[in-house]
Structure formats: C-alpha cells, structure tokens
Design a protein around this ligand. Structure first.
Ligand code: NAI
Length: 350
C-alpha cells in the first residue's frame, strides 16, 4: 500500500468560508506549513454538498504539500474550494468576500487559480488581500495565468518518461488527452509541435471538436478515452480518472498528465505497476503552474520560471530510475522523497 505518513497530522487548519450576501460557501484547508507559508489554488465547482467540497479540499491540500516540497519551493501546501452558487451570482462580490477571508489569515494561506477560476477572479481577490498570485504579469516579473507553465511541465515530464519507458521521443507516439481546458488544450498544442499524434475528449463536445479540427486530432467519447490503444494517457480533467477498473483495463504504457489526484485511491499505483504501466506521479508532472505562482509571490524575474519548470524532466527521470531499481511504484518513491524534504527542509538532491 502507498501509505502517506501524517506529515502534519492533516489537515493542520480548516477555515470555513461563509458569506450569505456574497453567496460564498466553501473551505480553506492548510495541510502543512513545514516548509513555509502555504500556497495552493482556489477551485470553484458545483459540489453537491459542503462535505464533498471539504473532502476534495483535504485531498487537494495534501497534494499541494507534496507538490511544493517536490518542486523545491519554500512553501507549505493548502487549497481553497468554493461551492459554485446556483443560478446567477456576482463574481466580483464572491471573490472579494473570499479575498477578505484569505486576508484574515495574515499570509498563512496564499491563493491562486485552479479549476473554475481565472486571472480576472484573482484580480477581484486582490481587491481585498495581497496574499494572491496568478495576477497579470508585471513587467519582467513572473505572473499571469499559470496553466501554460503547467502544460510545459507536463511536456517535460512526458518526454523524460517516454525516453525511459518507450525508449523514444514523443514524435510519432500517440497520446490520449482527457480534458481540454486551460492546461489540456495548451498541452495538446505542444504535443503536436513535438510530433505526437493525439486523441482527445472533453465533456464539452464542441470544445473537443474545435480543438480536434485545429490540430488534426481524433476524438473519443469521454467514457472511452482512458482505455484507448495509445502509448500515453494524459489525464487533464478532474481527479479520480484512474479507478481500479480503469487501471485494470487501460492499454497505454505510460500515464502522465496535469490533473490533480489522478488515482481514485493511492494504492492503485500498485495495480498499475503490476500491469507494467508507468504512472508519473501527478504532483511531480503538474508542478509548472505552482512554480510560476511561487516565483510571482517572491517577486522573481519571469526568466527563472522556465529553468525551474525544465527541472521537472530530470526529476521524473530520477524517480523512474529509482522505481525500476527498487521495484516499487514511482508514486511510492516520489512520496518518500517529498516527505524527506518536508521533514528536513532539504531539497538539494533534486
Ligand atoms: P479547466 O477547468 O480549464 O479544464 C478542465 C477541462 O476538463 C474542461 O474543459 C472540462 O470540460 C473537462 N472535463 C471535466 N470533466 C471531464 C471528464 N470527465 N472527461 C473529459 N473532460 C472533462 O481546468 P485546468 O486549469 O485546465 O486544470 C485541469 C486539471 O489540471 C485539474 O485537475 C487541475 O486541478 C489540474 N492542474 C491545473 C493547473 C493549472 O495551472 N491550471 C496546475 C496544476 C494542476
């Protein structure tokens, strides 16, 4: 079993979000502050209940602790989730109310975009707090929509994994991409540039058709995309795409994508390894966006971001090499490294 030790007795801090007038209902979960102030995006989604929103926030916040540690960023992990209000609502009021809640934490939580939020939403948050990133880039400083960096990081991860697992570059390889939003669509464009062939799927069928036409890609039903006869499966929608059933039926040899929490349960990593399918841990591959967000918060130059995102490829190579040597799933190896970094604060070996 992949057994995540309770690095911070998670969750370390839970803050309920409630503002009736602004239709704000949600939660901020700070998972770990071992490495510094806690950084993680804000997801807006039509969660049926607040309990489901809370459960998602806990999982996502934990993932952020591991992601930030693995990416050698001096930040702990946290996440905010907001239930998308039913019907019409005032976005400015909602995000300003959220910004007030973030501000009350005095910087212990720094927010950014995630699924369901965009740069303009972060501008509303910034009306009420300085502890927000993912805002428009300022001159030469890092900033702006992090998703293009996430997509670039996934390409670096996929290239490194392809060399190791498929013994080739991505040129001529077929990749099935699930979810064609901010990250998935940018990933598709970069994969075509790298010479890969694509099969795509999105619950928003017109979106899938438009991208497929633009890029000359094939289209699959959302129910089938994970099971296509391809070289690589790239989950770029929401979490939990790889259930045990999917893991036991999928035909790709490599899984590498942007979605957070791709495995429906962590021990599915063992099922995949037993079938000879290499799963690149999601939080290793999809760190590009948080690398950009962290650089923005630290007011670093944009030029440092590309170098750090390029570091994702070599990191994946080290993890896959160690997994092969120790005959353990790559997720187990990555978790051990991230936990070591959280405990010691030392990220030098990566
Ligand atoms: P997005 O909201 O822009 O796109 C998600 C896309 O997935 C949408 O087009 C949606 O219609 C589609 N989708 C939802 N359920 C689906 C299903 N069952 N099958 C097929 N398509 C489905 O979100 P974004 O920003 O592109 O993020 C995608 C994933 O990557 C999320 O899991 C997010 O947490 C993760 N991620 C995003 C980062 C970023 O920089 N935006 C950073 C790190 C992770």
């Amino acid at each position: 079993m992949t057994d995540r030790r309770n690095i911070a007795e998670p969750p370390a801090e839970v803050i309920r979000l409630h503002n009736h007038q602004a239709k704000l209902e949600g939660v901020i979960v700070i998972h770990s502050a071992l490495l510094g102030l806690s950084l993680g995006g804000c997801r807006v989604w039509p969660y049926p209940t607040i309990d489901e929103a809370f459960a998602d926030a806990v999982r996502l916040a934990e993932g952020m602790s591991y992601k930030n540690a693995m990416a050698a960023l001096p930040f702990g992990g946290a996440k905010a989730v907001i239930r998308r209000p039913e019907g019409d609502y005032d976005k400015a009021a909602l995000f300003e109310a959220f910004g007030e809640a973030v501000d009350r934490l005095g910087g212990r939580y720094i927010t950014a975009q995630d699924v369901g939020t965009c740069v303009s939403d972060m501008e509303h948050v910034a009306q009420r707090t300085g502890h927000v990133v993912g805002r428009p880039a300022d001159g030469r400083l890092a900033g702006g929509d992090p998703s293009r960096w996430t997509a670039l990081g996934v390409v670096h991860a996929m290239q490194a994994a392809s060399r190791r697992v498929l013994s080739s570059e991505l040129e001529g390889r077929t990749v099935a991409v699930q979810g064609l939003g901010h990250v998935g669509s940018e990933l598709c464009r970069r994969l075509v540039e790298a010479g890969a062939r694509l099969i795509v799927a999105d619950i928003d069928r017109p979106r899938a058709e438009a991208l497929a036409n633009e890029l000359g890609a094939g289209i699959a039903d959302t129910a089938d995309i994970a099971l296509m006869h391809v070289d690589v499966f790239a989950p770029c929608a929401l979490g939990g795409a790889i259930t045990r059933k999917v893991a036991n039926a999928m035909r790709a040899r490599l899984i590498c994508g942007a979605a957070n929490n791709q495995l429906a349960a962590p021990d599915i990593a063992h099922d995949l390894a037993a079938r000879g399918i290499t799963y690149v841990p999601d939080y290793v591959a999809n760190a590009g966006g948080i690398v950009s967000a962290a650089a923005e918060y630290m007011r670093e130059d944009r030029s440092v971001v590309a170098g750090r995102v390029a570091g994702i490829g070599p990191r994946v190579s080290i993890i896959l090499e160690e997994a092969a040597r120790s005959k353990l799933p790559p997720l187990v190896i990555a978790d051990r490294i991230a936990e070591l970094i959280m405990r010691t604060g030392q990220a030098e070996r990566l």
